[in-house]
Write a protein that binds this ligand. Structure first.
Ligand code: ADP
Length: 378
């Protein structure tokens, strides 16, 4: 068989142009860390952190160019953010997506996981509102309905699935290409937390995330699933928007606390999904009121009920309210979520009701495996 050489790979990469600068990636010195092993090629493309999310098409184009070489069995190109930002100021939020220009090949989205019937994202306007807790309990409640369920933890800022499901270690692979999901409570899981070390600096994570997400969708042996629950990173910035666009989502659930409703964060989330043409299935109000663990009395600390009103106003469904209840936090911290550890608990029942609504909405109107949406500029 033809031996793959570094020179041949570099030659192929000379045909790949950086969309912003017009020159090829080799001339720009972006190709680093080349490793070739028995037909398997690995290299990194160094980019500025800000440009990371929108350079996914460039990464794909680089992989494609090398894949076409004789003797190449697999190619992994990874974006890294070692380069300092150009033009000084490290502004965090670019506006590339708002302009609606998608550089590159015009083939960015295809159904990535053929055996997966529906994919639902759980999102929030900001961190710490209980998005992951909701995602995991929702997934386990769906499992309880007899469905085949997977969880994809894509929260780069704080992947909490390993802790919440008490799963550790790296996913295994039998053939060096496909990763086996790690199973917990009968649910197949994959987390960015299994793949990226916790102390990886944030500047790396942004650009890495798109390739990691793609890998977690494409290179994992998910098998047949009725539903995959995706725990998105919190927020409504470019990274989230890109992700919402690239994952072939059937729908989205927005988790919010009563205060965020007041601060409009949830509304931004709604706007984000509308922009990428993903149906918002509804809003969950978390930490809706406080349930005293001693006397059982309910206190509406924050002006509870805002989500229900807001959902109605915005024309989306109110999926349910979950109180601030210590049993939820304790069971999560123990790696034994409440839906599993205390199925008779009133809050476990609420998660099951939310799961019922989500599933009904998905199967009632959302076709399975919709192609991933394109960004529409509004
Ligand atoms: P996010 O994913 O939005 O950042 P998490 O799901 O990680 O938030 O939740 C943040 C913290 O709040 C965790 O310690 C979690 O156990 C706790 N928590 C989430 N929802 C509730 C709730 N309804 N009652 C009590 N604690 C909660």
């Amino acid at each position: 068989m033809t031996q793959v050489t570094e020179a041949a790979v570099m030659d192929a990469l000379k045909r790949v142009k950086d969309p912003d600068r017009g020159q090829d990636v080799v001339a720009l010195g972006m190709v680093q860390g080349m490793a070739i092993k028995g037909g398997h090629v690995h290299f990194t493309l160094e980019v500025e952190a800000e440009r990371g999310p929108k350079l996914e098409p460039l990464r794909r184009a680089a992989e494609k160019a090398v894949e076409a070489l004789p003797g190449v069995l697999s190619v992994t190109a990874v974006l890294t953010a070692d380069k300092p930002a150009r033009g000084g100021q490290g502004h965090r939020h670019g506006h590339a997506h708002g302009q609606g220009h998608q550089h590159g090949q015009g083939q960015p989205n295809k159904p990535l996981i053929p055996g997966v019937r529906t994919i639902v994202a759980v999102a929030s306007g900001k961190g710490g509102v209980g998005k992951s807790t909701t995602a995991v309990n929702l997934a386990l409640a769906l499992k309880g309905k007899g469905l085949k369920v997977g969880i994809l933890d894509a929260d780069i800022y704080g992947p909490s699935l390993p802790r919440m499901m008490a799963i550790s270690g790296k996913p295994e692979t039998t053939d060096g290409k496909v990763l086996e999901p790690k199973e917990g409570y009968g649910v197949k899981t994959m987390s960015i937390g299994y793949l990226i070390a916790e102390d990886t600096p944030m500047i790396w994570r942004g650009p890495m995330v798109m390739s990691a997400i793609e890998q977690m969708l494409r290179d994992v042996n998910w098998g047949e699933l009725d539903i995959m629950v995706v725990d998105l990173p919190p927020g409504t910035g470019d990274a989230q928007l890109t992700m919402a666009q690239r994952v072939p989502l059937s729908g989205a659930v927005i988790v919010s606390t009563p205060q965020d409703i007041a601060l409009l964060d949830a509304r931004k989330g709604l706007g984000m999904f509308r922009k990428v043409d993903v149906p918002v299935l509804g809003i969950v109000e978390n930490m809706s009121y406080f349930l005293c663990p001693h006397c059982g009395e309910r206190s509406d600390i924050f002006a509870h009920g805002g989500a229900r009103r807001e959902a109605a106003r915005l024309g989306t469904e109110f999926l349910g309210e979950i109180p601030l209840d210590i049993a939820i936090r304790e069971t999560s911290d123990q790696g034994f979520p409440i839906v599993i550890s205390k199925p008779d608990h009133p809050q476990a029942k609420v998660y099951r009701e939310i799961a019922d609504r989500v599933w009904a909405k998905l199967t009632g109107e959302a076709p399975a495996n919709r192609p991933a949406p394109r960004i529409v500029v509004s």
